[in-house]
Design a protein around this ligand. Structure first.
Ligand code: 1MF
Length: 185
């Protein structure tokens, strides 16, 4: 993944727990990188190891680290140079979710090593939709749950997420039912 992702993990940890905790997490992960470079590609393995090490050092479940990171990512990218990209993707939560593949396509035009997930919406009502999440990466469903919480804050709506289908034996993707306040238009 692009270094931007690891930099966001770093900033989240440093903000909340300080530099020393971040150094401890990198040591636990066996990651010997002084400073991640946003536009450089890093093996996904590095990010997974940082998440697992954070879970050990902070003594919280890895899924909780992923959720916190998803929530953080929405704020981080909006404030670290991707505000326009985020604004272009929509003014309401459902609109944003429907435009996520377009957002990634736009990023992928410039950053050709982007390996984006794909999101599809179905069963839409005024206050809910079913979100289909496809990814070549495994184990990131809780990251998506955190992203949805972050989007709830961004659009000032309550969000309730139920993970209704997990990829595995019978399915090739995850599904979530997402409930939110009906956007007024
Ligand atoms: O392959 C990648 O490197 C990659 C990196 C980030 C792929 C996707 C993403 C974004 N995505 C992270 C979870 C991926 C889970 C998976 O692969 O199954 C979050 C997508 C998302 C969902 C909900 C709301 C907002 C979201 O993200 C908005 C977004 C997405 C991508 C970027 C910024 C905001 C982005 C911008 C530039 C990038 C990489 C990603 O690369 C750079 C950065 C700086 C300089 C040069 C290139």
């Amino acid at each position: 993944m692009y270094g931007l992702v690891n930099k966001a993990v770093e900033q989240m940890v440093c903000h909340q727990f300080g530099e020393a905790t971040w150094e401890a997490i990198k040591a636990e992960a066996g990651v010997d990188v002084d400073a991640f470079i946003s536009m450089e590609g890093y093996p996904d393995e590095i990010t997974y190891r940082l998440v697992n090490a954070a879970s050990i050092v902070l003594a919280i479940p890895a899924v909780q680290v992923l959720e916190a990171f998803g929530e953080y990512w929405v704020k981080y990218t909006a404030s670290e140079g991707y505000g326009d990209l985020m604004r272009l993707a929509g003014a309401t939560l459902p609109e944003f979710l429907q435009n996520l593949d377009n957002l990634h396509a736009r990023v992928g035009l410039t950053f050709t090593h982007l390996n984006p997930p794909s999101f599809r919406c179905s069963d839409e009502t005024d206050e809910s939709l079913r979100l289909h999440y496809y990814s070549s990466r495994e184990g990131l469903a809780h990251l998506v749950i955190g992203l949805l919480r972050g989007l709830g804050e961004r659009f000032s709506t309550t969000v309730a997420v139920s993970h209704t289908s997990q990829r595995g034996e019978q399915g090739d993707h995850d599904e979530f039912v997402v409930r939110y306040d009906a956007p007024h238009r």
